[in-house]
Design a protein around this ligand. Structure first.
Ligand SMILES: Cc1ncc(COP(=O)(O)O)c(C=O)c1O
Length: 360
């Protein structure tokens, strides 16, 4: 079996034991004579799978009992609209623009209410996170929105804003489950699952109970958090396969890795290896202010666009795939999510050393 190291920003690698387990169960799930892909979502087998996934997320992420969890279709992008529809209440919200996804979220929210841009780091190429202690917040804002890890630029908030009485709403699509998270700091956490959690096709919302039930009357029913969550995420047919796979990934984190503290240690080790190598090199460059570097998405360039293209092509031939940077920024990006083993990053560094020797 020849598997590559896949550095894609999402959909991305899944842990091999998870894929193998899914393969084992594919045709006949635990002796019930059918695949999870064929089951009625109302069957006792599938209801147990969905409950198990939700319970596992609560356990692994240590979600407090006053938070509810929902599974939604439409990815994180649908939640860009769901957030204002559920929370804005005809009022306004503060948005921090630290990259492309938070900017898209703000643009979507502006369709439903007033968006105040509390910070925008576009003019510095999104290479830093604004200092949340010096920002001016709008009095009476319904919430503050951030994207905690910026997938395209490879930055991460070193600290999240905390304003008394104003819920923090955070897009954690590209960093969820990468480390322990104090959920009580957030009013709402949402994420698309296709990076650290499951195959593409679902977003998860974790919402503090008191923030439910405020949706605007014209909210489409599938974006109404309370309606979907009150129906145990089965208001309509849910993304059954995603929910099942997410359960397997959580089991892998819990049992094979040893929980989120151990996951963070692994992720820090991988990121350190790569950043230390880039920082020592006089050939590769990472533009991000070091304290704001992401441990999930590592961006870098070689001395020229031509060498960047050559790098990506040769890396792919060596089994290191999807290293091309986002089309809006160019260069390279290594997404080293939870499922990327340390060996994958070691192989990348070895390749980078060799490429440098041959092209400097
Ligand atoms: C941080 C972040 N937010 C939102 C999105 C959009 O997610 P989706 O494709 O699930 O709508 C992405 C996709 O890569 C992302 O990285």
């Amino acid at each position: 079996m020849a598997r590559v190291y896949n550095f894609s920003a999402g959909p991305s690698m899944l842990p091999l034991p998870v894929l193998q387990r899914a393969q084992q169960d594919l045709v006949d799930y635990q002796g019930c004579g059918q695949s999870v892909m064929e089951m009625s979502h109302r069957s006792s087998q599938f209801m147990a799978i969905a409950q198990n996934t939700q319970d596992a997320l609560r356990r692994v992420l240590n979600v407090p009992s006053n938070y509810r969890i929902g599974f939604f279709q439409g990815g994180a992008t649908a939640q860009f609209a769901a957030v204002p529809l559920n929370l804005m209440n005809g009022g306004c919200a503060d948005y921090l623009l630290t990259g492309q996804f938070s900017t898209k979220a703000a643009k979507e929210a502006a369709k439903f209410g007033t968006v105040h841009v509390a910070a925008d780091t576009k003019d510095i190429g999104y290479t830093r996170i604004p200092d949340v202690d010096t920002l001016k917040w709008t009095p009476g804002a319904e919430y503050i929105h951030i994207c905690e890890n910026n997938t395209i630029y490879g930055t991460r908030f070193p600290r999240v804003p905390q304003v008394p009485g104003v819920p923090l709403v955070a897009d954690l699509s590209s960093c969820i489950l990468s480390r322990p998270t104090d959920v009580s700091r957030y009013g709402v956490i949402y994420f698309g699952v296709q990076k650290n959690v499951a195959p593409a096709g679902m977003a998860v919302v974790i919402v503090r109970e008191d923030l439910l039930g405020r949706a605007a009357p014209n909210t489409p029913v599938l974006l109404d958090w309370k309606t979907v969550i009150d129906a145990d995420s089965m208001y309509n047919t849910p993304p059954c396969w995603c929910i099942y796979m997410m359960g397997l990934v959580l089991e892998w984190i819990e049992q094979d890795v040893g929980g989120l503290a151990a996951m963070e240690q692994r992720n820090n080790e991988k990121a350190r290896l790569l950043y230390d190598f880039i920082d020592r090199s006089d050939f590769y460059t990472n533009m991000v202010y070091p304290p704001h570097r992401s441990i999930m998405n590592v961006t870098f360039t070689s001395p020229s666009k031509e060498l960047d293209a050559k790098f990506c092509a040769q890396a792919a031939q060596a089994g290191l795939v999807n290293l091309k940077g986002h089309r809006s920024v160019g260069g390279m990006r290594a997404s080293i999510y939870n499922a990327m083993p340390l060996e994958g990053v070691q192989a990348l560094v070895t390749f980078m050393e060799q490429f440098q020797r041959e092209n400097q």
